[in-house]
Design a protein around this ligand. Structure first.
Ligand code: FAD
Length: 523
């Protein structure tokens, strides 16, 4: 059911919900969608409006303004407003849904590099990734089935050499807005769901707890009307999930007096992005690289026909789709190959995971090298409140983001590109020309407007990390705050490590897992 908060009388009390999800982006909508038809009464608070698509209302978006530490100021001075969208559907309105699951190596500790690791096994993840994969209409969940993808892409990776540090890895993307905007893809199902209420124009302002701060009793919310605070209302539910994105969820907990913080002050610490150098180097080969190899690295539109015989086998279609039924049934998306390190190379090098995208010229004898990699969780990289500035709409202290990198993060970039050069030299590379400058320490990079500038993937991970023990993180294995018995977090703030994969496939998998957990809770 759809409802607008600006049609409620001022002071309304909304109660008798089993599950209240705050935030209708990738994580919140995935949870609500999973709970459709369950015996639970679900309330999804969306800060936006039902018709939202594309760009947010500028006034609502201005709530996301904040201040930055010196390093991020040099890399991307508008990071806080640019890399997230305050609207229905959240930041899915921005993206092309590049997708890949975390690798097995991302889930384990990597001795000599990082102790951080996941509490969820690859087998458990795989169960939820299967379903998350359908959010992108990506067909089978088989990113590692290289023969299948080489057949689909009419391609092959460079021939495998014994002991090679790099290997091919498959990426997917979904550029169809009606699918990658989650509020569009799932809008009709949510609107007609009997047990789910989506409440629009609903902004969470304050979390009220019991005296001992171990139980949420009430959410205090308001609307945005004529550009300013409108009517107030409160929500009472059995459980609450914050799905406000990897930065705003931290801000809301900080505004609640550091709710959920542990004795080692982890709340907001360990913030990670995927650092990125779009133009790291230009490479030249002695002769044009084999067309099949270039096909592997080319972003291609693929059509997969779902199995009609229960075999589970998807059939790649290489002919144009003309039959409307066939188009409707097909999984149509983009897929391509990248280079990534083997697990043995990660262990031997003691570095972060990374991905290299090769973009070939038309002649096929030159390519640009694009690098994206994993950061180490770092306590000094953190989200706090800026006590000197308030947001222009509701007047609450804004976020201060102090993103930092370590020398070890720089080392990953240096080694990743060295491994890439060595690998390509085995396959005909004759010239490697740097486009970026990797000399110096963790704070020295090529910065904009240099063409080899350091940039960030728009992925806000790690500031409410999942941990087994309360002293090591903020949420437990169920994504529940260690210290609050009915408050959960959905989104990539709970990631203990980030790998190189774009995070939303994992965000959705975790959201589905959390929805199942909440549904199964005893009354
Ligand atoms: C340009 C761009 C491209 C991207 N491309 C990709 C990609 O290809 N692949 C990928 O995996 N990821 C990509 N991302 C990242 C991806 O968009 C995020 O990982 C994902 O949207 C995060 O989901 P979320 O639900 O945690 O947060 P969001 O999607 O940001 O949703 C948070 C929701 O909470 C709402 N909200 C905030 N505060 C409040 C409040 N106080 N009360 C009520 N509601 C509130 C917001 O309005 C929003 O609807 C991209 C991001 C950007 C900016």
């Amino acid at each position: 059911m759809y409802l607008n908060a600006d049609q409620l009388p001022n002071g309304t009390i909304l109660q008798d919900f089993d599950i209240c999800i705050v935030g209708a982006g990738a994580a919140g909508i995935a949870m609500a969608k999973r709970l459709i038809g369950s015996p639970r009464r679900v309330l999804l608070l969306s800060s936006g409006m039902a018709h939202d698509k594309g760009l947010p209302n500028p006034r609502r978006q201005s709530i996301y303004k904040g201040t930055l530490g010196a390093f991020m100021q040099k890399v991307d001075p508008i990071f806080l407003e640019r890399s997230r969208l305050h609207m229905h559907g959240g930041t899915t309105n921005h993206f092309g849904f590049w997708a890949r699951p975390l690798d097995a190596a991302d889930l384990k500790p990597r001795p000599g590099y990082r102790a951080a690791h996941w509490l969820i096994s690859q087998e458990e993840f795989a169960r939820y990734y299967q379903d998350a994969n359908h959010f992108g209409h990506f067909g089978p969940f088989n990113y590692d089935d290289m023969p299948f993808w080489e057949q689909v892409l009419l391609a092959r990776n460079f021939p495998a050499a014994p002991g090679a540090a790099l290997q091919g890895a498959i990426m997917h993307a979904q550029y169809d807005e009606d699918l990658h905007d989650f509020q569009i893809q799932f809008g009709e199902e949510l609107r007609t769901a009997e047990n789910v209420t989506v409440l629009f124009n609903a902004h969470l302002l304050e979390i009220e707890t019991s005296e001992h701060r171990d139980h949420v009793t009430t959410l205090h919310c308001t609307t945005l009307e004529n550009g300013t605070r409108g009517r107030d209302f409160v929500v009472r539910a059995t459980t609450y999930t914050l799905a406000l994105g990897g930065i705003e969820t931290v801000r809301v907990l900080k505004l609640a007096g550091d709710l959920g913080n542990n004795q080692r002050d982890h709340l907001g610490r360990g913030f990670m992005v995927h650092p990125l150098i779009v133009k790291a180097a230009k490479v030249r080969f002695a002769q044009p690289v084999d067309m099949l190899v270039r096909n592997f690295f080319r972003i291609q539109k693929v059509h997969l026909k779902p199995p009609s015989d229960g075999s589970g086998v998807y059939t790649p279609l290489h002919t144009p789709l003309v039959n409307p039924e066939e188009i409707l049934e097909s999984c149509i998306f983009e897929a391509w190959g990248v280079l990534a390190p083997t697990e043995a190379a990660l262990d031997a090098e003691q570095i972060g995971n990374f991905r290299i995208i090769l973009s070939f010229n038309t002649a096929g004898d030159e390519a640009e090298v694009n690098l994206n990699w994993e950061q180490i969780p770092n306590e000094n990289s953190r989200i706090t409140l800026d006590p000197l500035q308030t947001d222009p709409v509701f007047g609450q202290p804004v976020t201060h983001l102090d993103w930092q990198m370590l020398d070890a993060d720089k080392h990953t970039a240096v080694r990743a590109l060295a491994l890439c050069e060595a690998y390509l030299r085995q396959h005909g590379l004759v010239a490697w020309e740097w486009m970026t400058d990797l000399s110096g320490g963790a704070e020295q990079w090529s910065f904009p407007p240099d063409e080899g500038a350091l940039a960030t993937g728009d992925h806000h991970m790690g500031a409410l990390r999942m941990s087994a023990a309360a002293e090591d993180g903020i949420v437990n294995v169920d994504s529940r705050l260690h210290t609050v018995d009915n408050l959960y977090v959905a989104g990539c703030s709970v990631f203990p490590t980030g790998g190189f994969a774009n995070p939303t496939l994992t965000i959705v998998a975790l959201a589905l897992r959390l929805a199942d957990h909440l549904q199964a809770l005893k009354d």
